[in-house]
Ligand binder design. Sequence first.
Ligand SMILES: Nc1ncnc2c1ncn2[C@@H]1O[C@H](COP(=O)(O)OP(=O)(O)OP(=O)(O)O)[C@@H](O)[C@H]1O
Length: 322
Amino acid sequence: MLQVKDLSVTYRARRGPGVAAVRGVDFEIPDSTFVGLVGESGCGKSTLGFAIAALLDERRNTVRGHVLLDGVDLYQLSPDQLRALRWSKLSVVLQGGMNAFNPVLRLKHQFMDVMKAHAKLSKAEMTKRIAQLLAAVELDPAVMESYPHELSGGMKQRAAIALALVLEPRLVILDEPTTALDVVVQRSIVTMLSQLQHRLRFSVLFVSHDLGLVLEVAQRVMVMYAGQIVEDKPADLIIDEAHHPYTKALLGCYANPRATRVSLTGIPGTPPDLREHLHGCPFAPRCTQRMDICETEAPRLLPLKDGSVACHLYTHKEVPAR
Ligand SMILES: Nc1ncnc2c1ncn2[C@@H]1O[C@H](COP(=O)(O)OP(=O)(O)OP(=O)(O)O)[C@@H](O)[C@H]1O
């Protein structure tokens, strides 16, 4: 349903090279699939999410490649065609829900504005639909009469998810939707989201730096490093069968709740500066299994039995340098 083909995004700079935040990314998300996108801060997750939603300002950055939703390339559409498609086919939920709502309008009017722009419904029908949606995200329907500031952070984020679902989109992109919330509220929202996704069968791209949280809800996990997808795997296999040394290192930073003993390791070094031209594998300077080829040749994302990985360890028979 969603196909991303050779997608690259560069934030242009006044002087010098821009930031190549997304570098030739390819993947697909079939219907009704919950995909998590994880990686350290600055690896390009949000930029990829925004580029898929065609939300980046093309006056300030360069987007190349294709994003196809049901075969329609979003980057070939006029602004009006794109507007018609937002909310109805694809919607976005951002951190804290704060960007979703106008502070001076009651929630119900904000839901109605979206509905009026896309569908012909009577006021009573709209009110009924808003009540159903708020109940679906486990909020009291009476909340529709509130202003955004009257809601707690968790309630606001639930309302933002309800708003994203108002026109029954096929794909919802959530960018760090629960990061600003406490752990208990985070868990309850993510569980609610997962149940809704099962019931309503939309697809989700869930952007998060929290691998533990993603593993609780996603069917598939894509791991991003330095603007590229380095591993893509079913979530239930990633803990025991991760291939990429970066995925293994990320897992080492996360306490597996199923393990009886846990030792957390961290990842030495820092991700590369995305303003620079990258030679070879971007993870090589931090990789404990690097080989000579890793310094010179960029690995391509190649299919495995389950998922895919971009790492020379699985295509070359060289012995790791250390
Ligand atoms: N508007 C912008 N202009 C210039 N560079 C940007 C802009 N937004 C992001 N970047 C840079 O692009 C790179 C990728 O950033 P991005 O926010 O997409 O990463 P991320 O993985 O989502 O990180 P985080 O989890 O911290 O949000 C970083 O080097 C960041 O500094």
